[in-house]
Design a protein around this ligand. Structure first.
Ligand code: SF4
Length: 349
């Protein structure tokens, strides 16, 4: 063998495989490993095996529908839907018929969830109406992705048919955004208090984020009970104020995805990566997001005509890495039981 795993990394991998979840210091150590080293492959292999033991060969698709486009006054530096980005000058709400058609198509093509995203100042009442509307149209679980909320608002989301919320303390929160990270955490606590599932991603990862900042958010996800928490990289849309910082590549994201899988341990019901990519699916991820409607990574109003991947192409990607999109979701029923044996990867389409 031409490479060795150091005793320190070996100790972390053994701890991870007990599904205890590694700590922030250990995660930061792994995030610093040289990208092409055998040790990074060992971390990815451990993460992938942990996911098969917990999720079997399930490949999840949570279908993103961005409900509206507007020049958002909050001006988060990484987002294309801002006033300063200038991509969108008018408010546009996608019509109900279009939203229902997207949701029905997602259900017909086997999506495991619908993630309904809004810009920061979108009407909360309208989000409730859309939940009720889609609850009558489809049976796919509904997940809201919106602003910080109160307990009362969390209860109303549940009553309107939502089963969970996507929400994160973003990398650079309070620096690249006007939001207080403590307020974001309070909202996440609201989900737990009222019985909404919490979905998370460490995002939007870029070259400027330190291993300590990234590792801290990975551990926060485990400690606050995320259903899933993988990694999404920042996409620099043309003209993004983040362009001078560059972007990480998919291989760097896969290293983070693997480390975050080790952090999550037994707590994870799935493990996400975005945008959809094969290398992260070999590093413990089993959840991708097809996209239509608005997207903070796109200058197209409907990202289904831009950067967004379709439900069908995401299913094909999952199958290419040996995951099965047709199996039932692990995210919304009872927590998956850990298998005693690795089911292995099917090798035939
Ligand atoms: S991330 Fe959300 S709140 Fe921030 S600018 Fe974009 S749409 Fe507005």
């Amino acid at each position: 063998m031409s490479w060795r795993i150091s005793p320190a990394v070996d100790d972390i991998l053994r701890k991870a495989e007990d599904m205890e979840g590694i700590d922030a210091h250990e995660a930061a150590q792994l995030l610093r490993l040289p990208l092409c080293s055998g040790e990074v492959f060992a971390v990815m292999e451990a993460a992938s095996r942990m996911s098969r033991l917990t999720f079997g060969n399930k490949g999840e698709r949570h279908f993103h529908i961005g409900l509206n486009v507007e020049p958002c006054r909050f001006d988060c530096a990484f987002c294309s839907l801002t006033r300063t980005a200038g991509a969108f000058v008018e408010k546009v709400e996608f019509p109900e018929e279009q939203i229902v058609a997207w949701a029905r198509e997602a259900e017909a093509t086997g999506a495991d969830a619908l993630n309904l995203m809004t810009t920061g100042a979108y009407s909360f009442e309208r989000l409730l109406e859309i939940g009720r509307l889609l609850g009558r149209a489809v049976s796919t679980p509904l997940v809201a992705n919106t602003r910080d909320i109160t307990h009362k608002e969390g209860e109303r989301l549940l009553q309107a048919g939502y089963v969970g919320c996507y929400h994160s303390v973003r990398l650079g929160e309070g620096r690249d955004t006007p939001f207080d990270p403590e307020l974001r955490k309070r909202t996440i606590a609201v989900f737990r208090d009222v019985g909404l599932l919490w979905m998370n991603c460490v995002e939007p990862a870029g070259p400027e984020h330190t291993p300590e900042e990234i590792a801290g958010l990975m551990v926060l996800a485990r400690e606050m009970g995320a259903v899933y928490s993988g990694v999404m990289r920042r996409i620099n849309f043309p003209g993004s104020p983040k362009e001078p910082e560059g972007m990480i590549n998919e291989r760097e994201m896969a290293r983070m995805v693997a480390v975050s899988r080790l952090v999550m341990g037994a707590a994870a019901r799935a493990h996400c990566t975005h945008e959809p990519n094969a290398v992260s699916l070999l590093a413990g991820a089993n959840l991708v997001f097809p996209e239509v409607g608005s997207s903070p990574r796109d200058r197209e109003a409907d990202t289904g005509k831009g950067r967004g991947s379709s439900n069908a192409s995401c299913a094909a990607l999952l199958r290419e890495v040996g995951l099965d999109p047709a199996l039932p979701s692990n995210c919304f029923g009872p927590a998956p039981e850990r298998r005693s044996q690795d089911p292995g990867c099917p090798s035939r389409l």
